[in-house]
Write a protein that binds this ligand. Structure first.
Ligand SMILES: [Zn+2]
Length: 324
């Protein structure tokens, strides 16, 4: 009996150890040195500070594909790995590119093909992208940057197909990674985007990447203004299976949260947009709460957190199509 108990304890410790030490972080940037848009801007001064921090603290900036391969082959994820991504393909990235080169940091830039195709001056041109291609990965961020949850299945497929075609035609290769516009998705959108066979799909849910993270649902931390990089790198991945909610509740009220986590914790904290944090007991690895939380915003974040800054976050987006 005792031996059995010990075996079980060491197994749990092993699992705990693995999950504690295996956490990469993916950061997402938007604009650089463009004070016209303070909510999506990072100054070059700030970027240099962040890059210097990563270097001084011996973080290894790796390409997204390296992280994805490690996840696909179930190799351990070194704690020091950081992946840098940029969304939207704004022209201002050209100002930041020399810094990426100076530090030798690879990156993935997710572009929407419509503004590029139309030659909007605020966006990178196909010519710019060809020049950037040798230094990093170029990937897809939809065609027209729509709110995907508000499109029908056919419209989502058409937007993605159009993006892939223009991408291939102008750059000569296929995109292997995708990032949801506005970081918005639900189970239906996820299923459709996945059907295109991208190796990696990125969201904008706060969190870290652990050995059990889904390469088709990668959490990223937004870096804007004076973002707190050291705090962002402290987050660890909480292995969690969301039983409820899976999508935005049809009646607009969050009635129940049910999440399975490793049976190592006695307490968890639940965050819901507009409702703040709530402490919950964990029983045999189950975080369970009956609630009556009216959801006022069309976009709601739900986060489960346990000790050691281990978190797992989810986004709920109101959709006129809803989950089937
Ligand atoms: Zn975007």
């Amino acid at each position: 009996m005792l031996r059995k108990h010990l075996r079980r304890s060491s197994l749990l410790l092993l699992l705990w150890g693995l999950s504690l030490w295996s956490d990469a972080h993916i950061l997402v940037y938007h604009r650089f040195d463009d004070p016209r848009h303070p909510t999506t801007n990072t100054s070059l001064r700030e970027l240099r500070k962040e890059f210097s921090y990563l270097k001084e603290h011996h973080y290894r900036v790796v390409p997204l594909s390296t992280l994805v391969q490690a996840l696909q082959t179930h190799r351990p994820i070194p704690d020091s790995w950081v992946v840098l991504t940029i969304d939207d393909g704004f022209k201002s990235f050209l100002k930041a590119l020399p810094l990426f080169e100076e530090f030798g940091y690879p990156f993935t830039i997710f572009i929407s093909t419509k503004p590029t195709q139309r030659g909007y001056p605020d966006f990178l041109s196909w010519q710019d992208l060809k020049k950037i291609a040798p230094f990093g990965q170029i990937a897809l961020h939809s065609h027209a940057h729509p709110h995907l949850v508000d499109l029908s299945d056919e419209q989502i497929r058409a937007d993605t197909q159009k993006g892939i075609e223009l991408f291939k035609k102008n750059l000569g290769f296929l995109p292997t990674a995708y990032a949801y516009p506005y970081g918005e998705y639900d189970q239906r959108v996820k299923r459709i985007i996945e059907s295109f066979g991208f190796e990696a799909i990125a969201n904008q849910n706060i969190g870290a990447i652990g050995a059990t993270s889904d390469p088709k649902d990668l959490d990223r931390i937004a870096m804007v203004g004076h973002a707190n990089l050291s705090q962002a790198l402290r987050y660890r991945h909480l292995d969690a299976q969301w039983i409820k909610p899976t999508d935005y509740p049809k009646d607009g009220i969050l009635h129940e949260v049910k999440v399975r986590i490793l049976p190592l914790y006695h307490t968890a904290w639940l965050y819901v947009t507009d409702h703040g944090w709530k402490r919950l007991p964990v029983k045999k690895g189950l975080v369970h709460a009956k609630l009556h939380y009216p959801l006022r915003k069309r976009r709601v974040r739900v986060i489960i957190k346990v000790k050691h800054s281990k978190i797992n976050a989810k986004i709920l987006v109101r959709s006129r199509y809803g989950a089937k």
